[in-house]
Design a protein around this ligand. Structure first.
Ligand code: HEC
Length: 313
């Protein structure tokens, strides 16, 4: 006969601790988690640890099949791919500063990625910068391994006229060559940009070679447009990416991204001014100073930022 042993005080204490135990995710930078993915094979060396990661989202793509992959960066460093079903990934919008929890697991592009824990995303600041983009020509994408996961820009990109397909891919021409873009299924059936654009995004290896996962299209003559906006004093109250006295152009473009009347509304705002749409601060009427043609050019430029949102939907 064994005597019935009463649990000792220390045994009871540890049982209580176990019952109360909440697994606290380990805080790590995107770069620290990325170091656990083998660059050659794409396999993760640690699929057990739950990481809590803070960084800025640069690019978000919805893949055919409905899975989101978003790249989260420590500013200026390579991005950690994070995967989640569309419904769980709403807050992973480009330029959001986020803290999120997940474990490394299978990614959608044949490589490991952080698999997002449902409801774990917390948003800090929005409209945060990802850092400067490395400029590379299309020829670089024959083997873009050297900049995998980095924030890269390709200038002077033109599309074959028509609409984006449903397969999330686009073949484009840039300075001196052709290359492939990975685009979100959100742009399927939308008209491609008519003029040359600079494409910002993340180089990724797909089943048929390297492509740039596109996050932003801006007109290639951005310098001339900025000069025009400076001449007409727009920058005293506006910044494309940040709210100042007036709204960030990026936020204006988000509001009107699917509005067919958007161009007319913006041209009219610059002519007549207005207040109350973005807050109490008024925008003065500039119609006597800014000719119609410049109002149109500036409005089209502002609306280009709608790609920030359309490419992520
Ligand atoms: C003196 C400050 C100031 C200047 C200069 C200014 N804006 Fe604005 N702008 C504002 C404010 C404030 C708002 C928000 C008005 C509101 O809430 O309705 C605004 C709103 C806008 C909007 C959003 C309109 C809408 O319908 O939602 C656009 C586009 C815009 N400005 C473009 C420009 C351009 C282009 C220029 C230069 C030609 C310019 N602004 C110059 C202060 C300014």
């Amino acid at each position: 006969m064994f005597p019935v042993m009463k649990p000792s005080f220390s045994q009871r204490l540890s049982a209580m601790a176990a019952a109360l135990c909440v697994v606290v995710a380990r805080a790590a930078t995107p770069t620290e988690v990325l170091a656990k993915i083998d660059p050659a094979t794409g396999k993760a060396s640690d699929t057990a640890t739950e990481f809590s990661v803070t960084g800025v989202v640069s690019t978000r793509t919805v893949l055919p099949g409905g899975q989101v992959v978003a790249w989260v960066h420590a500013v200026g460093e390579a991005g950690l791919p994070v995967v989640a079903p569309v419904a769980d990934a709403t807050l992973l919008a480009p330029r959001n500063e986020v803290t999120l929890v997940g474990k490394l697991g299978d990614g959608p592009l044949g490589r490991a990625a952080l698999v997002l824990k449902k409801d774990s995303v917390k948003v800090g600041m929005t409209n945060k910068s990802v850092g400067a983009a490395e400029v590379r020509p299309p020829a670089f994408f024959a083997d873009a391994a050297a900049l995998a996961g980095r924030w890269v820009q390709v200038t002077n990109v033109t599309f074959a006229p028509g609409k984006f397909g449903k397969d999330g891919k686009a073949s484009v021409k840039g300075d001196g060559g052709e290359m492939k873009l990975l685009v979100s299924t959100g742009v399927a059936d939308l008209d491609v940009p008519p003029g040359p654009v600079n494409v910002f995004g993340i180089p990724v290896k797909t089943a048929d070679g390297w492509a740039l996962a596109a996050s932003r299209f801006l007109p290639s003559n951005a310098k001339a447009l900025q000069a025009l906006a400076t001449k007409h004093t727009c920058f005293t109250c506006h910044n494309p990416d940040m709210k100042m006295v007036g709204p960030a152009y990026r936020d204006v473009a988000a509001r009107y991204r699917k509005d067919p009347e958007a161009l007319a509304k913006l041209v009219s705002q610059i002519e007549k001014g207005g207040t109350g749409k973005w807050g109490p601060a008024p925008m003065p009427a500039l119609g006597t100073k800014v000719p119609l043609e410049d109002r149109k050019t500036l409005s089209e430029w502002v609306l280009h930022y709608r790609w920030d949102w359309l490419l992520a939907e």
